[in-house]
Design a protein around this ligand. Structure first.
Ligand SMILES: [Zn+2]
Length: 414
């Protein structure tokens, strides 16, 4: 028998409050799908394979099931084996619950629940985990109206990268999106084509995450879809930062905190219109990057518990140019970041330019790509002159270089 088993695909959708009756035969068991069910769990419960359950119910994509939908389960199924029996896994050095869950195509939270693990960060090498049996077979199944299509630029998406999300509806509706618990700013001028960008935190645990969409029709009807996003490990180096004697004590923690809060209050806002067009430019001519975004950092040889939130460019007194169109929302001297400029590119996307010797822009200036922002320097808490270039999306620091190597915007016409 051909094994249809494949790893959990990237897509699991649960549609709320949509019932699609199926033509069950007499003698069948009927099961109404509950919020949070997966087809694999239902198949396991009734001792049928996912493929059989899907075929019996005319489901072409077992990853897409609807809460409220009724499934028919053949009554005489006792002889049918499950595709994969529950198994155990012994935790190896370097494992996290997220990597183990991803390996078996499950949600980290579910694996934790199955094993009564309250704190997902507390697993030990040698610990034996129970892996529930069977996984869905990915094929395709139509989305519930008004959803016509959901497109992700990358899936899996690596830690610290930007995900472009596009949604097409078959009728005009209001759409909102959340990545886990964070709202995603969406642009959708015509009410049918929506898109937005999601920043994946550089230290996100590897595993499955949920991107939830909710469409509200003019009559108030709501339909929700959840799209799974697989976060994979970023390819980041590790560096050791040796604190300069005396430097770390220069500023009181409340000064550092106040500065961070001031910036967060700006970059947590999403202005509704995209200002950038096409790929970003480097902010410096002949760029020489001395430290890449995402580099894991150990301070003074201690544990690796931080990461570099931007890309550093070498240079002293070197001109800094706007990499894309945007509006200056901060231009002032800060304690930690020195002479700093923050540019709003719209839809929750911001870029920051720290440690300048001098800035030449002011709040409210609208910049075009290539406009002069200022000059590199060593203001603020730095060990030498450089530009620290930072990008934030919805407050999450992401790799700005990705925005140079890729065009992150929907195809023209959308
Ligand atoms: Zn830096």
């Amino acid at each position: 028998m051909v094994k249809l088993l494949r790893r959990l695909s990237a897509v699991i959708a649960i549609f709320i409050a949509l019932a699609m009756p199926v033509s069950a035969q007499s003698g069948d068991i009927t099961y109404t799908i509950q919020v949070g069910d997966t087809l694999s769990e239902i198949a396991l419960k009734y001792n049928v394979t996912i493929a059989e359950l899907a075929a019996y119910n005319g489901i072409t994509n077992p990853d897409l099931i609807f809460a409220g939908r009724t499934l028919a389960v053949p009554a005489d199924n006792t002889a049918l084996p499950a595709e994969v029996a529950p198994q155990t896994y012994t935790v190896q050095p370097g494992d996290t619950l997220g990597t183990i869950a991803a390996r078996f195509g499950m949600r980290t939270n579910r694996l934790a629940q199955e094993n009564n693990i309250a704190n997902i960060n507390l697993i030990e090498v040698g610990q034996v985990l129970v892996i529930p049996g069977t996984q869905p077979t990915p094929v395709s199944y139509p989305l519930p109206a008004p959803f016509e299509s959901i497109t992700l630029s990358h899936n899996p998406i690596a830690q610290g990268k930007t995900l472009l999300v596009s949604v097409t509806l078959n009728t005009t509706a209001t759409l909102t999106a959340d990545f886990e618990t964070r709202p995603v700013a969406l642009s959708g001028n015509d009410g049918r084509h929506y898109w937005g960008v999601v920043g994946i935190h550089a230290l996100s645990e590897v595993g499955l995450y949920s991107l939830a969409f909710r469409a509200t029709l003019p009559d108030g009807t709501e339909t929700s879809v959840a799209q799974d996003v697989v976060v994979s490990a970023g390819d980041y180096a590790t560096e050791t930062i040796i604190p300069q004697p005396g430097r770390e004590g220069l500023l009181a923690p409340d000064v550092i905190k106040a500065e961070a809060e001031k910036l967060a209050a700006l970059w947590m806002q999403a202005t509704p219109e995209k200002q950038w067009q096409g790929a970003f430019l480097y902010p410096i001519a002949n760029p020489h990057i001395t430290s890449y975004f995402g580099t894991r950092r150990s301070y003074g040889g201690g544990p690796v518990n931080g990461y570099h939130a931007g890309s550093d460019f070498a240079g002293n007194g070197v001109p800094i140019y706007a990499p894309a169109a945007g509006t200056v929302v901060l231009a002032e001297k800060l304690n930690v970041r020195g002479n700093a400029v923050l540019i709003d590119h719209g839809l929750g996307v911001y870029t920051g330019y720290w440690h300048q010797s001098q800035s030449v822009v002011k709040v409210g200036d609208r910049l075009e790509p290539g406009d002069l922002i200022g000059y590199t320097g060593n203001t603020g808490l730095v060990t030498g002159p450089h530009l620290h270039w930072e990008m934030r999306i919805g407050g999450i620091a992401v790799d700005p270089i990705q925005w140079i190597t890729e065009t992150i915007e929907p195809n023209s016409g959308e």
